[in-house]
Design a binder for this molecule. Structure first.
Ligand code: ATP
Length: 405
């Protein structure tokens, strides 16, 4: 069919308008798609930040909770009033907080008192009692030496002084030497001291009890020495057992002349620790591993022979060490064109805990970009992020005179 000329140009105009409109719609659709992707990204980041916020809030709450006083119920006067013998000494007639079921409170029960009001705010069950007593108990921690990077010399030494006496005590008897009772690991935070102690427990089929020095003396006022006694008692029950005392400097720093109340508490706790160590047989199947970031402030009494008489440095990892640690933490990650040597070069000064954080963070960068593999750029960004959060770790060594009393 033939159209008059002016009619066909009308169709062309129509086509052009339609074309423009379609382009405009496509443009809008693209914009919507990009906005949706951006929105997804932001909400993913938002939920990540929310999670981080939750964790930080919980940490803050923990820090805000004032220490509680522990005590034992002696007598129940009425449904909401009891006499409690506090761990600090005196007996108190106190109220039971409305959050506690008064039925649970019977004479002999261990309870926690609020420091200000002295009201009973918590009842400690036997199991909870131990937990609250700053002990973390693991029947058999699931960490092997293969999961620890860059510490092969230290692992060899630990094997000699802890594993061998536990596995072959008769060897020491035959030769006629006494294996060390305790070893002290010292080095910056996050270098793998706890990891090492756990791996020793795993390799020797021992249970693992972890106590934190600062919690022994600060969590429950007046209970430090009793906690130490309980730790050793429990270790004997659970033997073979590794007792791991983290932050030992909190209970074993050099004695000062004038003692405040808090210092006296620390002193009592330290004395109990020394007495417990002196009292047990080094050929037995309880071994003590202590850790500190501050060997320079330790009281020489704890380093005497028969106590912590092996001192092992767990220093910042060197480049080889960092490669080994990175290998461990990236073993399940999908890496593309990455030489761990290059990553190790960029992470000078970082410890194991930082390197683990770098690996996780690099993975997060890939996820944020909806990628299923991780590239070097993710690591570079992750390193920048972790470096901006951490301060360089100082190396502090024990004074030689301290090492041998
Ligand atoms: N040498 C290492 N090899 C592999 N991973 C490590 C190493 N060091 C640290 N890490 C990682 O960092 C985490 C924290 O390390 P760990 O708790 O053992 O350090 P730490 O020296 O005990 O620190 P702190 O002094 O703060 O208690 C470990 O769970 C592990 O994931």
């Amino acid at each position: 069919m033939n159209y008059p000329e002016d009619y066909s140009s009308e169709i062309n105009d129509l086509d052009l308008d339609e074309y423009k409109e379609r382009n405009y719609i496509m443009d809008l659709e693209n914009k919507i798609l990009r906005a949706e992707l951006k929105n997804k990204d932001i909400s993913r980041e938002n939920s990540q930040l929310k999670k981080e916020n939750e964790i930080l809030k919980r940490e803050l709450d923990k820090l805000r909770i004032p220490p509680l006083i522990m005590g034992t119920v002696i007598d129940k006067i009425s449904s909401r009033k009891v006499v409690v013998k506090s761990s600090t000494g005196p007996n108190f007639l106190v109220n039971i907080s409305q959050f506690v079921d008064p039925e649970e409170i019977v004479p002999g029960e261990r309870v926690c008192l609020n420091q200000q009001t002295l009201a009973v705010v918590e009842v400690l069950s036997k199991e909870k009692d131990y937990r609250a007593m700053a002990m973390e108990i693991e029947e058999k921690p699931n960490i092997t030496f293969e999961e620890i990077g860059g510490l092969s010399n230290q692992i060899r030494e630990i094997k000699e002084v802890v594993e061998l006496p536990l596995k072959k005590p008769e060897l020491f008897e035959k030769i006629g030497i006494v294996p060390p009772k305790g070893i002290l690991l010292y080095g910056p935070p996050g270098t793998g001291k706890t990891l090492l102690a756990k791996a020793v427990a795993y390799e020797t089929n021992a249970s693992f009890i972890r106590v934190v020095g600062s919690e022994l003396v600060k969590k429950f006022i007046g209970e430090g020495a009793k906690l130490v006694r309980d730790v050793f008692k429990l270790a004997k029950e659970k033997s073979p057992c590794i007792i791991f005392i983290d932050e030992i400097d909190a209970v074993a720093s050099k004695r000062t002349e004038s003692l405040t109340g808090g210092d006296r508490e620390v002193q009592r706790t330290l004395m109990q620790l020394l007495a417990e160590m002196d009292g047990f047989d080094s050929r037995g199947d309880v071994k003590i591993i202590a850790a500190t970031n501050r060997p320079d402030i330790l009281d020489s009494a704890i380093l005497r022979p028969g106590r912590f008489d092996r001192i092992i440095e767990i220093a910042n990892p060197d480049e080889e060490g960092r490669i080994e640690i990175l290998k461990i933490h990236t073993s399940k990650m999908n890496l593309k064109n990455i030489e761990l040597k290059d990553v190790a070069k960029l992470t000078e000064g970082m410890v194991g805990a930082d390197l683990k954080a770098v690996c996780t963070e690099a993975g997060m960068f890939a996820i944020r970009e909806d990628r299923e593999y991780i590239k070097l750029k993710d690591f570079e960004e992750a390193i920048d992020k972790i470096k901006s959060k951490t301060t360089p770790k100082e190396e502090i060594r024990p004074q030689v005179s301290l090492m041998y009393g």
